[in-house]
Design a protein around this ligand. Structure first.
Ligand SMILES: Cc1cc2nc3c(=O)[nH]c(=O)nc-3n(C[C@H](O)[C@H](O)[C@H](O)COP(=O)(O)O)c2cc1C
Length: 319
């Protein structure tokens, strides 16, 4: 059988498929990454982890970093600002067997960015260069980074940052088309993603406001990017990776994924799994008819069996 042609390469790693789940703290855990990967997401990014968490071995950090081999290529994403600590944490991370290590330069949350971490790093492109030089010298796995367009509209330095990353050995750049100050609400600037693609030879993943399947091709056409990363629109809609918009998904397809996802959550988190699953359920249920009454009951279900029975009751009531 002939191997399909990879969509793009991250150094020696072939990527099959053009769309992938974005790193999403609180959502892109092992269970949800598996669901998305099974639906066709081209690779897996962990939620970001603090370098301090890695160095001090906190339990939550190790949980975030767990992955299933079927997820490969798996990207472990870190954030921090201390160059020495970033290097040390990345060395330790490499022992866990990721395919790629990624540096977060996009987090806009004040408690991260105000400390010079996440998007805070964009204020110091020379430091970004030093970090990439260090990481690419000491690690064998490819090192990649995810950026925003700059700190604010007065410091749009995405092309400069992208070139510095490339010059210092980065294997890929993911670009979220907004500044730190723009948060999440104003429309993402796809043209800027195209400028990054023009400026570097390494692959570029575009990100920001891909909401429906047609947006994937549109972002690729408009920017020339190699891959497209989907964040919020993939929560409650893993089918976007199958090329299906949410209104095309049948109730039985939804319930099948709900059962599979619940099972993965309970296996992964134990008794906390059902409670942690609630935020996903809310998203899966969007747009379903006559759901309000069941949703209230689902939110207070205390056992997976009770939850499944309620979903079955809802499903039979719709026939
Ligand atoms: C709840 C939430 C958590 C996020 N966590 C991360 C993260 O851990 N690492 C990261 O690089 N970006 C993170 N992001 C940013 C997303 O990866 C993505 O860049 C952003 O949501 C824009 O893409 P979208 O318009 O497709 O949602 C997060 C975004 C949201 C909404």
């Amino acid at each position: 059988m002939t191997q399909p042609h990879p969509t793009f390469m991250i150094r020696h790693i072939p990527i099959y498929g053009e769309a992938m789940l974005a790193p999403l703290a609180g959502y892109s855990d092992k269970p949800y990454r598996l669901i998305c990967r099974e639906c066709g997401s081209a690779m897996s990014y962990t939620e970001f982890v603090a370098v301090e968490g890695i160095l001090h071995g906190n339990n939550r950090t190790w949980q975030i970093l767990q992955f299933d081999p079927v997820e490969r290529p798996i990207v472990m994403q870190i954030f921090g600002q201390d160059e020495q600590k970033i290097e040390e944490a990345a060395r330790r991370l490499e022992q866990l067997g990721p395919d790629i290590i990624d540096l977060n330069m996009g987090c806009s949350v004040p408690k991260v960015s105000a400390r010079g971490e996440g998007a805070g790093l964009l204020k110091d492109p020379a430091k970004i260069g030093r970090i990439f030089a260090r990481l690419t010298r000491v690690l064998s796995v490819p090192v990649t980074g995810k950026i925003r367009l700059g700190w604010d509209s007065h410091s749009l330095n995405y092309v400069e940052v992208a070139k510095i990353m490339e010059d210092n050995g980065a294997a890929l750049i993911a670009v979220h088309g907004r500044t730190k100050q723009q948060g999440y609400n104003i429309p993402a600037n796809w043209q800027a993603i195209g400028e990054v693609k023009q400026a570097v030879k390494i692959p570029v993943i575009g990100n920001g406001d891909v909401k429906v399947v047609a947006d994937i091709a549109q972002m690729k056409d408009m920017t020339g990017c190699d891959g497209v990363m989907i964040g919020r629109a993939a929560i409650g809609n893993p089918w976007i990776f199958q090329g299906k918009d949410i209104q095309e998904v049948t109730l039985s397809e939804k319930t099948e994924i709900i059962y599979r996802h619940l099972d993965l959550m309970v296996n992964f988190y134990g008794s906390r799994g059902l409670v942690l699953f609630r935020k996903h359920v809310i998203k899966y249920m969007r747009g379903l008819t006559n759901i309000a009454h069941f949703r209230t009951k689902l939110m207070v279900a205390t056992h997976p069996e009770e939850f499944v029975a309620l979903v079955q009751e809802y499903e039979s009531a719709q026939i």
